[in-house]
Design a binder for this molecule. Structure first.
Ligand SMILES: Nc1ncnc2c1ncn2[C@@H]1O[C@H](COP(=O)(O)OP(=O)(O)OP(=O)(O)O)[C@@H](O)[C@H]1O
Ligand SMILES: [Mg+2]
Length: 494
């Protein structure tokens, strides 16, 4: 071949340009003994053999050693012309080997080598990333499964709670877990079986009638008649003939003999409610029943034996009535053989919680409301309240709250305590009608109006919005009136 031939020179130059331009490393090895060519990429990677003049042989030998290893690897895997990945020092490379025969019969080998370290690292990073994504995902999935499990168990718990809530405790049960109530309940169950007369005392609304019912229910007379008499609603003479009966002609209109309740109830139980309100005459008659187990019909003189168990109740202080002479001491002793004294609700805070739950349950079912939550702030207010009306008041408060609640929560807006029974009456009721002389209607009306506003604000704990609603008056007009009467809602907030 004539290498001075311009065509030949052009081909050589083109080939050189091509080899210079390609990013892969290209090396040409002759007879596995010398490196004939390295393109710029190969020089950049393996070093310039021609620059290390003195050591060229060493450097060439070293590189040849490396390349020959690649040849062996290729031979072993019969991968000539194929791309093989391997590592060299700290780098990862990919190479292709293309052997060919020179025109003088020498064996030549083209090496095409690519540094794939970055790629490999990237891939590793990527797979690490994938791995970590997988780990994260696995964690997340576990978390999800866990929360699903928790959701399930919560749902189960909620259902059991709902079932519990729906289990309406049978009416007439004495709710409460305070020490006082537990002892009281024990005592009720203990004395119920005896035939002893029982006096139940306690403030209004503490549950005296409830206890009387329980006593009867648990007694041996529970299949016998049970008669309740409210001593303060019947006039003296009516009460007497009602209870003890009368003989024919005993009084005008008594045209025939009539059995009294004590006789009718014979063998059963009689509950004398408000016993503190009976007259001295009735006290004497009752004493006979309790002392001798006999009655005498009104207008008669034959004692009739009866077997009645008496349960009495009062919210009055019978001992001080005995002291001031309005209640017979001997009757008091007869009644007070067993005394069940129910403590006021304010003295047994645990019961407030139990009863609140009980009444919420009761009324949410009655009013078809889904009340399932009572904020702690409301419970705190219930616990702080003094409950002058005792359990009956709590019952009323919860009934109103559940009825008025807008969604599933009771808020301050629905909490109204009962007017206190012993609260002094407003002056308007006490004095106005007595002192009207010389006063104009306008003056009197203003006084009444002022008091109404003050009382309403007090009942609503100074909340103007609720008061305005209740009094059905415009807000502006209400503020005008408060200004006129020098009323500040803050004075009524507590
Ligand atoms: N421990 C309790 N558990 C459940 N409900 C109760 C309890 N105590 C009282 N109540 C309820 O409170 C209300 C008032 O009770 P009860 O009529 O027995 O009171 P009282 O002491 O007889 O009141 P009064 O002196 O005004 O007649 C009733 O609805 C009753 O069922
Ligand atoms: Mg009662």
């Amino acid at each position: 071949m004539n290498v001075t031939d311009p065509n030949c020179l052009r081909l050589i130059s083109n080939q050189n340009n091509l080899l210079n331009a390609i990013p892969e490393m290209v090396l040409l090895v002759k007879n596995s003994q010398s490196i004939e060519y390295m393109n710029p990429s190969a020089i950049a990677f393996f070093g310039d053999l021609s620059s290390s003049n003195n050591n060229r042989n060493d450097a060439e030998k070293k590189l040849l050693g490396i390349l020959l290893k690649l040849v062996e690897k290729t031979k072993a895997s019969k991968s000539f012309g194929k791309t093989i990945a391997t590592s060299y020092e700290n780098t990862h490379i990919e190479y292709t080997l293309a052997p060919f025969e020179g025109y003088k019969g020498e064996m030549l080998q083209w090496f095409f080598i690519r540094d794939i370290t970055d790629n490999k690292n990237q891939n590793e990073e990527l797979s690490l990333f994938h791995n970590s994504i997988e780990t994260i995902l696995a964690h997340k999935i576990n978390d999800l499964k866990e929360s699903e499990r928790m959701r399930h168990s919560l749902a189960n718990e909620l259902n059991t709670l709902k079932e519990h809530l729906n289990e309406q405790p049978s009416e007439g049960k004495m709710i409460g877990s305070s020490k006082a109530l537990t002892e009281l309940r024990d005592m009720v169950f203990q004395v119920a079986k005896s035939d002893a007369t029982i006096l139940i005392t306690g403030e209004s609304g503490t549950g005296k009638e409830l206890v009387a019912n329980l006593l009867r229910e648990r007694s041996n007379r529970n299949d016998k008649p049970f008669l309740k008499i409210n001593c303060n609603t019947i006039t003296d003479s009516l009460l007497e003939s009602d209870l003890f009966g009368h003989e024919r002609g005993a009084f005008t209109g008594a045209d025939r003999k009539k059995k009294g309740k004590f006789e009718v109830v014979d063998g059963g139980t009689i509950f004398l409610d408000e016993i503190g309100d009976i007259s001295p005459r009735m006290q004497a008659a009752l004493l006979r029943v309790l002392q001798d187990g006999e009655i005498i019909r009104v207008g008669g003189n034959e004692p009739i034996r009866i077997d009645v168990r008496v349960i009495a109740a009062t919210n009055k202080d019978l001992t001080s009535m005995v002291q001031d002479g309005s209640f017979r001491l001997d009757l008091f002793y007869r009644l007070n053989i067993i005394n069940i004294a129910i403590p006021p609700l304010r003295e047994r805070n645990e019961d407030i919680i139990d009863l609140t739950t009980h009444f919420i349950r009761k009324y949410r079912q009655a009013f078809k409301k889904d009340i399932s939550f009572l904020p702690q702030s409301i419970l705190d207010r219930l616990l702080r309240h003094s409950w002058p009306g005792n359990v009956r008041e709590l019952d009323n408060v919860i009934q109103r709250a559940v009825l008025m609640a807008k969604n599933d929560t009771i808020t301050e807006n629905e909490l109204f305590f009962d007017m206190q029974p012993n609260q002094p009456k407003p002056e308007s009721q006490k004095d106005y009608l007595e002192n009207i002389e010389g006063k104009s209607l306008k003056f009197m009306m203003a006084k009444v109006e002022k008091e109404i506003i003050e009382v309403s604000l007090k009942n609503n704990r100074g909340k103007v919005a609720i008061t305005v609603d209740q009094l059905n008056i415009g807000k502006t007009a209400f503020y005008d009136k408060m200004k006129r009467y020098k009323i500040s809602p803050k004075d009524h907030a507590y």
